[in-house]
Design a protein around this ligand. Sequence first.
Ligand SMILES: [Zn+2]
Length: 286
Amino acid sequence: MTPFGSDISPGDAGVPPGGSELSPANVDLLKLAKGRLEELLPSNWIPALMSQGIQVGLRLPSELLLVQRSIFFSLDGRVEAGIHGKRLERDHEFWATVRHVTLYRDSVEEFIGNVVDTVNRLRSFEVCRGVEGFRHLWKTEPKMEIDINPFQELRYTETCRSKSCKLLVPSLRKKRCGECSKIWNSLFHRNRTRSAVPDDVITPPKKKPHKFLSTSEKAKRLHRLSDDIEKLKHQNQRLRKKIEDLIDEDGVRVSDTLSSDIIKILSSKAAGKLTDFQKKFYRAAN
Ligand SMILES: [Zn+2]
């Protein structure tokens, strides 16, 4: 077995394809394979010739080109899969039974059969639905990103998914991937705690000592603090990104220690805890 789970590794099948320049014979083989695939693939799965192989894409039946899924098969047996234009990671279970078949004169039928099998395998997966509920909490979770469904999936209209979303899940077994499930659990518990407090309880003033608060008021204050922390985390993350981008773009050479100090200062700003000196530094840096 290769690292990709293949029982036929590139080169094992016999004659290897040529270098970066395709020979006329290889071009003919690709054209032959493409013609056969046009007859064999399910509807809306369209093969296209590429410089070193064949790409098969699931296109929506619309006037504008919109490819929801794509798989690339190179002459030398490499296979890549993309969902919404993002590469499917090699640790995804999709790859467990995908074979890697080299295309040469005597392997055309095997190559075509493998393309059809791989497309059918991809069809047994669905796009992860992400976290469709708890919309009021979406923007409080920095590990998520909103998906407004530009690829017109039918499983959801708008959702929010983990930035590490695995993209595909087995059609019949799961709604969402493991990464999105972790976030769903987190939001579920946060939402349940929030729901436990009656709406008519007013958030107590900041100066009111904790020991004088009723149970509901304590919960309300806890919610407010929790919201504040989430906002600060979000702000902190944006500021870190900003300083990292500045260092990258401007090619500024700073030592790790100084870079870390700057980030700490920016983080302090997010928490509203700048000293006078830090305020001056921050104003000067901006
Ligand atoms: Zn996911």
